[in-house]
Design a protein around this ligand. Structure first.
Ligand SMILES: C[S@@+](CC[C@H](N)C(=O)[O-])C[C@H]1O[C@@H](n2cnc3c(N)ncnc32)[C@H](O)[C@@H]1O
Length: 189
């Protein structure tokens, strides 16, 4: 599944951005205290606004995305700050796209929707007590020409996921951009 657009759409979008990263996600900034010290896998990291914020907060970050343009920008931003952020180009629509990445203390998925199979697959990539932080367009978001029903995060998405991961925090928020949800899970033993 492509999220909002295909690789070409995202490459073009990142090519048209300014020479500076965007601000990190507000919900991540407000809830970073829930993260375990150590490593973070940033799934569909884009050009790295959140990866950079996490590196600044002493996490060791790996970012995965299918847009080469996005990853190149992230590498440039990271070099400017002397941050050592690992980048990997991968198409997350493919079920084995994370297989060689090992496991992490935290996984961040911000404004990207993994399908159910991939979501359940995350248990192989997270350590015990590890945190999975998911934030994006919530179930009450008003659909528009870009954001489709399939892109929304709904409670039903986590029915099976919740058998392995314990929900420790759920947040709804609404602003001029629309309705957003944050789910913070901890891997249970
Ligand atoms: C809305 S952006 C979010 C970027 C970043 N997580 C953030 O919060 O700024 C969605 C990202 O998903 C990536 N993406 C979309 N479909 C993908 C796929 N099939 N595989 C890998 N990345 C994908 C895009 O390249 C883009 O960077």
């Amino acid at each position: 599944m492509d999220y909002i657009g295909n690789r070409q759409y995202w490459d073009e979008k990142f090519s048209n951005r300014s020479d500076m990263p965007l601000e990190p996600e507000k919900s991540l900034v407000e809830n970073i205290k829930y993260f375990k010290k150590g490593t973070v896998l940033d799934v569909a990291c884009g050009d790295g606004r959140n990866a950079l914020f996490l590196a600044e907060n002493n996490f060791r970050v790996t970012g995965v995305d299918f847009s080469r343009k996005a990853l190149k920008r992230l590498e440039i931003f990271a070099n400017r700050k002397n941050y050592n952020i690992v980048t990997k180009e991968a198409d997350l629509a493919k079920s084995d796209s994370l297989h060689d990445l090992g496991s992490f203390d935290n996984i961040l998925i911000n404004h990207y929707k993994l399908n159910e199979g991939q979501l359940l697959n995350l248990k192989k990539h997270i350590d015990d007590d590890g945190i999975v932080f998911i934030c994006g367009f919530g179930h009450k978001y008003r659909l528009d020409s870009k954001v489709k029903e399939k892109d929304l995060i709904k409670p039903v998405d986590f029915e099976n996921f919740s058998k392995v991961f314990q929900l420790i925090k759920y947040i709804e928020s609404e602003d001029a951009r629309g309705f957003f949800v944050t789910y913070i899970f901890r891997k249970s033993y």
